[in-house]
Write a protein that binds this ligand. Sequence first.
Ligand code: CTP
Length: 396
Amino acid sequence: MLSGKKILVGITGSIACYKSAYLVRELIKLDAEVRVVMTTSSAEFIGPLTLATLSKNPVAIDFVKNDEGEWENHVELGLWADLFIIAPTSANTLSKLVSGNCDNLLIATYLSAKCPVWIAPAMDLDMFKHFSTQENLDNLREKGVKVIEPTSGELASGLEGKGRMEEPEVIAQEIHDYFNPKTKLGGKHIVITAGPTYEPIDPVRFIGNRSSGTTGVLLADECAKRGAKVTLILGPSNKKTAHPKVNVIHVSTAEEMFDAVQTNWELADIGIFSAAVADYRPKNAAQEKIKKNDEDMSIDLIKNPDILKWAGENKGDKFTIGFALETENELENAWSKFSRKNTDLLVLNSLKDEGAGFGETNKISILAKNNKISSFELKNKQGVILDILDALEEEL
Ligand code: CTP
């Protein structure tokens, strides 16, 4: 239930406005306290009276509240909310959320809000796909706004595609789960390493690898969603977290990643080591760009710290998860890694399996104590991380 939770529902001009009425009703059914702020154009799609009746509160639309000229206090409204969900979010409002163009009460309230802000875009498929829209969404995600992805289907234009606002029941459930994390990860501090590391050869070149960081970033978001306090130590990656509560520490080299893990280790309950850390780094990174000549050249490499191994040696009563990407003798190598690094779970994937490795999908097995192995089908990475975290919760 959402008893005691104050949810502010923002509504902007879209044919999907009718769904806002259902959203308000769902939230009220979950016992939330609901208030509504609308744009004037949304009021052409749905009557404020409907929303006032369903939310059991007056609806805010204009800066001026009533005939007496009383001021609508957007600051109070923004501060009142525990969560502000703008559903539907039109392309026009999306761009104003990015620019801060404050020409209506809804944007003024957004600019005053201190709570998490979620948006549920609704628009035609080409508008949604447009780079301007996508850039605006990326920009907001980066700032911690949660985007509830639209679904695909028939659109008001008659076209078929992605752009339908997510169903109100699904949004209400997500809000419910956000406030009621139903898992054993609630309150745990989880340190996650993710992405590649870049080991400098000179100021221009480096030794890196193909890791995108996707798995680690998805793990971080899902852990936060399940109520954990998450510190994500992320190597060079363009992946962004979606959950506003994930604390991201950006690093570049294995040594920087190791430093960040050591700094955060004492307070951690769980460590998830999904980063593809370079095992070696150039012994002497040149200060200036190396110039070519007619000779071949070689680079001396020295070992990097093994972060997971260090965590295994300094584990106390913490729980660790390691990863192994193998190309041959997969199980034998993975069990050896499991004991050498003293981990509690080891996620194995083999480059021999089609779809496993560096793409959008993966096929994993999870090794646990007492020779236990669970093997999973090929899944997208979101499915994979759910399996990993479910296995973690089972072991805790
Ligand atoms: N790892 C780490 N620090 C390193 C190397 C690896 O924390 N310097 C972690 C990875 O994040 C992963 C696990 O160790 O969780 C496995 O890494 P991998 O490089 O596959 O294992 P290695 O022990 O280096 O074995 P090998 O290179 O022989 O496969």
